[in-house]
Design a protein around this ligand. Structure first.
Ligand SMILES: NC(=O)c1ccc[n+]([C@@H]2O[C@H](COP(=O)([O-])OP(=O)(O)OC[C@H]3O[C@@H](n4cnc5c(N)ncnc54)[C@H](OP(=O)(O)O)[C@@H]3O)[C@@H](O)[C@H]2O)c1
Length: 266
């Protein structure tokens, strides 16, 4: 074992996960990264060992946890970005999203916590989204999934703290990872919401393209991982310090209007 221990980063084939995996290698961890299909990873992060993981499949989660063995740092990063008016989101799309963004991450955490507890050290980082703190129209399923994973982290933190295990959430803002191209979208061609939806989407994609690089999120994840007492919540990108300060000062309805306006919605 390396001096710093072993890290497992889900969804390390691209974007934030690849950057986090690379940063943890640089910090001296042995790093496992995951992909549904490790053989297809075109730009593997240097020094990262890839394992197969499909978070919508229980058997795959169990096999991945077994293959990783003793894990000191788990970064639950893999996720789907889903869009659409609430009225039009198909149930199967919602179920897949919650299996991937919430329940799969929870299951993997359940499998790795006993080892962390026994060794009396461990860190679990949930990659949430600033949208969980700043909800946006036409993103209800994604917002709810990121709020749900933060809820698991917030409530379970006290359970595992006496065992030297820290659970924290990192909320990225707009990060330039190309996630816009991989976003799943559910809106009918004759939807009454179509015009507004398109306005929101154009702003969302433009914000992502102007977003900060994934390595900035990785630096925050490293900070959360290495803190003696990790904070419950870290946020990075989209002017996080300023907008979280405004969120504390302004009424909730004013914050909702601010977020809507940033996405072209009056
Ligand atoms: N980019 C942003 O602006 C932004 C903002 C806030 C939060 N986030 C969150 O940050 C995380 C990473 O986002 P990103 O922008 O880096 O996106 P990304 O490049 O699309 O990465 C998503 C990762 O999830 C993995 N994945 C997809 N479906 C999976 C499944 N069923 N089982 C296991 N892994 C699966 C993918 O791996 P394979 O396809 O190789 O399996 C990929 O590595 C996500 O949770 C996202 O919601 C991103």
């Amino acid at each position: 074992m390396t001096p710093r221990g072993t890290a497992l980063v889900t969804g390390a084939s691209s974007g934030i996960g690849a950057a986090v995996a690379a940063a943890l290698v640089e910090r001296g961890y042995r790093v496992y990264g995951t992909s549904r299909d490790p053989a297809s990873v075109t730009d593997p992060a240097p020094g990262v060992e890839y394992l197969a993981l499909d978070l919508t499949d229980d058997a795959s989660i169990e096999a991945c946890a077994a293959a990783a063995g003793a894990v000191d740092v788990l970064v639950n990063n893999a996720g789907e970005s889903q869009n659409g008016p609430l009225e039009e989101l198909p149930m199967e799309a919602l179920e897949r999203l919650f299996r991937l963004n919430v329940l799969g991450a929870v299951r993997l955490t359940q499998l790795l916590l006993p080892g962390m507890r026994a060794r009396r050290r461990g860190r679990v980082v949930m990659i949430g989204s600033m949208l969980a703190s700043f909800p946006l129209a036409y993103r209800s399923s994604y917002v709810a999934s990121k709020a749900a994973i933060k809820g698991f982290a917030n409530a379970a933190r006290r359970e595992v703290a006496p065992y030297g295990v820290g659970i924290t959430t990192v909320e990225p803002g707009s990060i330039n990872t190309g996630i816009s191209e991989r976003r799943t979208q559910y809106v009918a061609d004759d939807s009454p919401y179509l015009a507004e939806y398109r306005t929101m989407l154009a702003a969302l994609n433009a914000n992502e393209a102007k977003g900060i690089p994934a390595r900035r999120v990785a630096a925050t994840v490293v900070r959360a991982t290495e803190a003696a007492r990790p904070r419950p919540l870290y946020a990075v990108g989209s002017n996080a310090p300023v907008v979280f300060a405004l969120r504390r000062l302004l009424p909730r309805s004013a914050v909702e209007r601010m977020v809507a306006r940033r996405h072209g919605l009056r």
